[in-house]
Design a protein around this ligand. Sequence first.
Ligand SMILES: Cc1cc2nc3c(=O)[nH]c(=O)nc-3n(C[C@H](O)[C@H](O)[C@H](O)COP(=O)(O)O)c2cc1C
Ligand code: SF4
Length: 425
Amino acid sequence: MSEIVLFKHLIDPEVRNIENYIKLGGYEGLKKAFTMQPDDIIEEVKRSNLRGRGGAGFPTGLKWSFMPKGEGQKYFVCNADEGEPGTFKDRYIMSENPHQLIEGMVIGGYAMGATVGYIYIRGEFEFVAKILQKAIDEAYEKGFLGKNILNSGFDFDLYVHLGAGAYVCGEETGLINSLEGKPGQPRLKPPFPAQYGVFGKPTTVNNVETIACVPDIIKKGADWFLSIGPEKNNGTKIYAVSGHVNNPGVFELPMGTPLREIIYEHAGGIVGGKKLKAVIPGGSSAPVLGPEHLDIPMDFDSLKKVGSMLGSGAIIVMSEDTCMVEAFTRLAKFYAHESCGQCTPCREGTAWLYKILKRIEDREGKKGDIDLILDICGKIMGRTICPLGDAAVMCIKPAVERFRDEFEYHIEHKKCMVENKIPIF
Ligand SMILES: Cc1cc2nc3c(=O)[nH]c(=O)nc-3n(C[C@H](O)[C@H](O)[C@H](O)COP(=O)(O)O)c2cc1C
Ligand code: SF4
């Protein structure tokens, strides 16, 4: 069995209880952090090569170093919005091992001089928010949160904030606006959150999984973290596997585990012994791959090399029984629905993409529709305030290019080329 860093409930199913978490060495990382200087903690996180698990793989220590030094209110925000189709990993950390996230939040707060933390959690995760709140209450009682934590002189308060249910609120500046009680519309950057974040104050936003890696990095040291996974892609990774597999679920494995092993060993292979047709390797915004990519190591750099991305590590498996027109029309509907409407290319473009794909799916596609889709994609990419517009393009464009024959068949023959298709979304 590979190293367990985040899914400690696999060692003790009751680890969400603070006493059990402590028995497994919980809050030792925090105790050690208080023996270190804040800047040394940031250096240790930098040295560990921890990269953000929220989608972009940005180096966490470097992000923390962007926070201004000295006095003044600063905030540390945990992004627990988890709204991307296929992604369902953070909820397990929060519901099964919540203290690891809380411990990571306090360490991060101490390192960056932030005395207030928020966990911005997707509104639909009300039951998870209750578990988190109970764990936070326990941490206050034990003196791991609040004033003068463990006699360190450091104060840190942590709040759970339920989101209002939009994918775009997972984009860090949309999240910040939503946290402030405003519509969750992303902000133009710069200024970046480290300069102007929550209530105009310096803020760092990190993903749940990223923050939950921190306690063990501090407790065991950066070298231990560097010993897991390929160079520059270190640590374990939670892969959330869904779609046409026998054993869908979440699996904590070393970063860089081959896609084939994840699908065929951990997720039990493809339903009915069918052939693999396509796989989205990192949440719906990651460009779709084909069976020829099965031996790819599932890490940031390897997926980038083949034109896709690790994103959130959510793997959506599609068997030969999938109609790609149907699958990607459904995703186009999602992006059109979730566009916040601020930028014309995203607002209009995502709606057009859905409209054209829907008519192809409904056997009413016209000659030239495929080129029109690709043209619209080109006019969205890179022309928007936040990456949601780009994400829609990265989802749709590679699918239309890779499976062009299926889209053309729908248009020419007014029917689907897949017999007995099985829906994916
Ligand atoms: C439309 C959109 C939705 C996003 N949703 C999430 C999300 O649910 N969770 C998350 O951690 N990051 C999400 N992100 C990425 C965040 O903007 C941000 O980069 C991330 O929280 C940074 O954390 P990390 O450095 O730990 O990866 C989203 C980005 C976009 C553009
Ligand atoms: S890209 Fe789309 S979601 Fe992002 S700010 Fe513009 S309109 Fe809103």
